[in-house]
Design a protein around this ligand. Sequence first.
Ligand code: ADP
Ligand code: MG
Length: 496
Amino acid sequence: MPDSAPPSPAPFEQLPLAPAVLANLRQLGYLTMTPIQAASLPLTLARHDLIAQAKTGSGKTAAFALPLLANLNVRRFAVQALVLCPTRELADQVTQEIRRLARAADNIKILSLVGGSTMRPQMASLEHGAHIVVGTPGRILDHLQRGSLNLEALNTLVFDEADRMLDMGFFDDMVFVAKQCPKKRQTMMFSATFPEGVDQLAHQFLRNPKEVKLAERHEGDKIRQRFYEVTNPERLEAVGRLLRHFRPVSALAFCNTRQQCRDLLKVLRAQGFYALALHGELEQRERDQVLIQFANRSCSVLVATDVAARGLDIAQLEAVINVDVTPDPEVYVHRIGRTGRADQDGWALSLASSNQMRRVADIAREVGATLEWHPIAECTPTSDAPLLPPMATLQILGGRKDKIRPGDVLGALTGDAGFTAAQVGKINVGEFNTYVAVAREIAQEAQRRLAAGKVKGKTVKVRILEISDIEQEGKASRANAGIKRRPPPLPGKSGR
Ligand code: ADP
Ligand code: MG
């Protein structure tokens, strides 16, 4: 079947990269380029400006990080590259990925400048010098205005997830920041979609850019799509039916509005599901905890709006649930593309009411297939056991500031505490807190033994992070009062 075989993947060795960089890529397990990398790296390593369209999880970070690193002069203690990202999580993800890619060279300083933390420590870090800055537009602007960030030596500017930054109202900040950069530079812009604002920014700040557009196509057979007709009153209850029937370890439930998120969260919690919601009104620490628990498999369902969920990189996702039909068929394709990654199958389950059939028809046209309809009554529970996440999260009060590293936590659990590495999941070390996922059955005992023992030679406080600890409701009023930039409503807000 040579016809249907995918084009043979391109090795990184084809690229003009230093041997140490290539060796590091091999060590990271990056053997071949992802399609966006293969299409863009030959251009960006040759210092062309770039505008690229690529979806989440396609390997964009390396696509801009490798050229940016190739142009770095480590002996020059000045900011030479700036990456703008929409949110703190994305900035953190990008910072971590650049750190891993930068391991081939010594002493490259990468600094993340995001809102939600105080300015002063960031200013101190800037004084110590950084080669690469990754940050959110608002915070970068603050630093520029105070004079704590100097971009005179900059040679590379990256807009990561440009459309999302626009969604968040960052247009003016982005323009301001770009204007502070030297004219002679390389600019790369990545965006999943191309709304007018992205076009406008590209025209203003890119010079003869090369364009790379990878049509967003999912391998259809890996994502199994099903539609269920429901009435509006039964819609939220139906989500629980889907969960009890399909029993995904992790599911992402998309709502069209924040109010629907709040309502669904209540219904799911009342039904005993380990559910969390992601919305713009959470405090930064709460947001981090939500994402960590979902990614480390301590939470079964994450309820979110498109704006809150876009750009998040979650590797294993058994199901995407469209609680409501999105008015934009392209958004549908984005949503379901979250599942069925890598070698796994995924379910894309959609609830639609009879008055939404026009939107559903648009979706059918967009995906170019006839949709499979099933009666919701068919979704009966497939097990008597409650749906529980396999892991639980322990929060250790201590983090990077205490020089804790993931290995210290793993060592403490598998050493003195006597657990096996298989019982330990993801470890996230933050500035002041560390989160470690452990098998749900051992959570109590692991908490007790960790607290009784030592991490990095020190006694630490440890607690089990309960889903119900993250207070997710009733804060709307507080946040509404203080929120600075609220994302605009989703398109077609006239729909229910
Ligand atoms: P995006 O920014 O497009 O969402 P990322 O750059 O975050 O994607 O990459 C997604 C994941 O794929 C990351 O975990 C990254 O380490 C991994 N990755 C990126 N490029 C490669 C590659 N060539 N081979 C293997 N894994 C890769
Ligand atoms: Mg990214």
